[in-house]
Design a protein around this ligand. Structure first.
Ligand code: ADP
Ligand code: NA
Length: 328
């Protein structure tokens, strides 16, 4: 039988993805390629719903795509593209917007959180979940890998698909959530009670995939721990050390139990020194490959144009169906 179709997107909102993005999402993108027919996109249409800098957005999208290739998204097996190069996303979003109740859209809690942080709130930020529904439904997606924070948006997508199919006749596959296997949230290195995020404390607490090895070493050496000297996993009482253990286990292909045994009786200095080597050994090659992809501008553009063309073949069929059903 045919492999389930999977779709996922990531915003090009900073110059580099961080380790939280990688361990919480992008690592799964790579793994899913074995079992799924995957569509992966850099969602620049979503990025403009909050303040953005037009001088850097295009380059950020390309750097994002280069990082995805570097960390293992394989354009021969998956479709990698930039959302704005596939106009069907905005076109289907308009149709779905006309099928969404205002009250229904107003119930989206992420809008409330995000708009509270903005000086100026846009209608685009409000209708963001409708664009997300279009992203998913255009590809007749079977499964959408989501974290807990996206559950409500996927529910809206399902409601819209079911309603459209009921009103106008079968048009969209109703997608299921695919809850990715539990990955601990990666915490900020300087404020380990907060999640690592591009918008958190400041660059010192965030490990970026494109950091220089020496920057990574410095950040790990200055990571907040505690006044004990015991490498023990206890997220409540020892959030800093526990976060470092999570990172070490994930990138060092080992377990927290083994690490606790290995560092019994040793101080944090040894532990952090070894972790710095594990992190730079793992991420260094990703950064180097990203630079290679960016160095060959023409080849990267060809890959992305091909990806967008392949995406449009699927997306335009779905849009044509929806247009016809709507009466256009
Ligand atoms: P940020 O928090 O830096 O703004 P995004 O919200 O753009 O990151 O997240 C993109 C993806 O990365 C999402 O799937 C999200 O769940 C995942 N992610 C982001 N930060 C972390 C983290 N600290 N730990 C685990 N996963 C994360
Ligand atoms: Na965020």
């Amino acid at each position: 039988d045919r492999k389930p179709r999977v779709l996922s997107g990531i915003q090009p909102t900073s110059d580099s993805f961080h380790l939280g993005n990688y361990l919480g999402a992008l690592r799964q993108w790579v793994a899913l390629q074995d079992t799924a027919d995957a569509f992966y996109m850099v969602v620049d249409l979503h990025a403009i719903t909050v303040d953005h800098d037009p001088k850097v957005l295009h380059e950020r999208s390309r750097v994002s795509a280069a990082q995805l290739l570097a960390l293992g998204v394989d354009p021969d097996r998956s479709d990698l593209f930039i959302q704005s190069q596939v106009p069907e996303h905005a076109m289907l979003a308009w149709i779905l917007g006309s099928e969404t109740g205002f009250g229904e859209a107003s119930r989206m809690t992420q809008f409330k959180d995000k708009s509270a942080k903005q000086e100026r709130t846009t209608v685009g930020l409000f209708t963001y979940p409708i664009l997300q529904a279009a992203d998913i439904l255009l590809y007749q997606t079977d499964q959408v890998p989501v974290g807990e924070d996206q559950r409500q948006h996927l529910e809206l997508t399902r409601d819209l698909a079911i309603r459209f199919n009921t009103t106008y006749g079968q048009t969209f596959k109703v997608p299921d959530p695919f809850i990715v296997k539990e990955t601990a949230t990666i915490k900020d290195l300087t404020e380990p009670e907060k999640k690592m995020s591009k918008s958190s404390s400041g660059p010192r607490g965030v490990l970026y995939l494109l950091d220089e090895p020496n920057q990574m070493r410095k950040k790990i050496k200055s990571a907040v721990t505690d006044s004990e000297a015991e490498v023990r996993y206890d997220p409540e009482k020892k959030p800093g050390v526990s976060n470092l253990l999570n990172i070490y286990a994930a990138l060092g292909h080992t377990t927290i139990e083994k690490l606790e045994a290995e560092y019994a009786g040793k101080g944090y200095g040894d532990f952090k020194g070894d972790l710095a080597e594990v992190v730079t050994d793992y991420l260094g090659p990703i950064a180097a490959r990203t630079k290679e992809y960016l160095a060959d501008k023409a080849e990267l553009d060809r890959t992305l144009v091909k990806g967008a063309e392949k995406a449009r073949q699927v997306a335009s069929r779905t849009l044509a169906k929806a247009y016809k059903k709507i009466g256009f």
